[in-house]
Design a protein around this ligand. Structure first.
Ligand code: NAD
Ligand SMILES: O=C(O)C1=N[C@H](C(=O)O)CCC1
Length: 255
């Protein structure tokens, strides 16, 4: 079996869990991990995460020179770093590396860059790569069609240190045609990994669709799902919910 070679940006709270999921899946080889700080460079993510085999050599962003991707080839780059990571995509796309961006918050110019690169390679952008939240996104659209006059509010809850508004909640608002400033409600407490709720208010009843990520491993499992699919795709910019909808239409179980 030919393994899909993965390069990972980010080795923080989420990157470590994502690395762990790729290391545990026999379809993948985690080749390298790039982080911003200089800790443990040259060591292997696999060793740091308790495995005996060598995989996922740690590099710094400063190591990404013109030859980095040629000398350290991978099939898919998975980004759980920060929006700064996008500056390294073009060189990867030039090498035909497919790209999964899981960055939750981008500025307008970042989206423009993704649009520009989509002719060069297959890319998937998802501010929340869990399968579950993408089910919520699809189910919310169905419910809105059935009950177009319902009041809709979105509530997102995350860990106390998350500064920005949830990219997922903003995407849900945009998809449902809601004003982001008015209908997205944010709560920051303790260590909540990520919870999104869409509330449909009707005169005598309320419907709530809730998704909660219990562990950051859910993001790794979503990235694995996305990578297995993206490896087969032609150049273009894709997202998770289109893919899940496609499986649903074709009656193929997703999970
Ligand atoms: N799409 C999703 O499903 C999903 C899920 C969880 C987190 N995220 C996003 O992933 C990102 C990371 O989240 P986190 O909680 O792990 O944050 P974190 O602060 O714990 O970790 C960030 C990591 O990225 C590294 N980093 C920062 N800038 C970098 C760069 N330019 N190149 C390489 N490495 C860089 C840091 O050194 C650190 O290792 C955030 O944007 C977050 O919103 C997305
Ligand atoms: O920062 C995070 O951690 C997460 N952010 C998301 C968002 O902004 O919507 C969702 C997943 C976890």
């Amino acid at each position: 079996m030919t393994k899909i070679r993965i390069g990972l940006f980010g080795f923080g709270k989420t990157g470590k869990q994502v690395a762990g999921e790729f290391l545990n899946d026999k379809h993948f080889e985690l080749v390298w991990v790039v982080r911003r700080n200089e800790t443990d460079l040259g060591k292997y993510a696999s060793h740091l995460l308790g495995h005996e085999f060598k995989a996922g050599k740690l590099f710094s962003v400063n190591d990404i020179g013109p030859d980095f991707y040629r000398k350290n080839p991978v099939d898919v780059l998975v980004d759980f770093s920060s929006s700064d990571g996008i500056q390294y995509y073009e060189a990867a796309a030039e090498q035909g590396i497919k790209i999964i961006s899981a960055i939750s918050k981008y500025e307008e110019q970042d989206f423009q860059l993704l649009e520009k690169l989509k002719s060069k390679t297959a890319m998937l952008y998802s501010p929340n790569i869990t399968l579950g939240v993408n089910f919520l996104l699809i189910a919310s659209q169905v419910l809105q069609k059935i009950a177009p006059h319902a009041d809709i509010e979105i509530v997102e809850e995350h860990f106390r240190k998350k500064n920005e508004t949830s990219g997922t909640a903003l995407k849900i608002a945009e998809t449902l045609g809601l004003e982001k400033d008015k209908h997205v409600n944010s709560i920051r407490v303790g260590g909540i990994v990520g919870k999104h709720e869409v509330i449909f208010g009707l005169p005598n009843q309320t419907i709530r669709i809730i998704h909660e990520s219990i562990s950051r491993a859910a993001f790794g499992q979503g990235a694995i799902f996305a990578a297995k699919w993206l490896i087969e795709q032609a150049a273009g910019l894709y997202n998770m919910e289109n893919y899940i909808t496609d499986l649903f239409r074709r009656n193929i179980p997703v999970y």
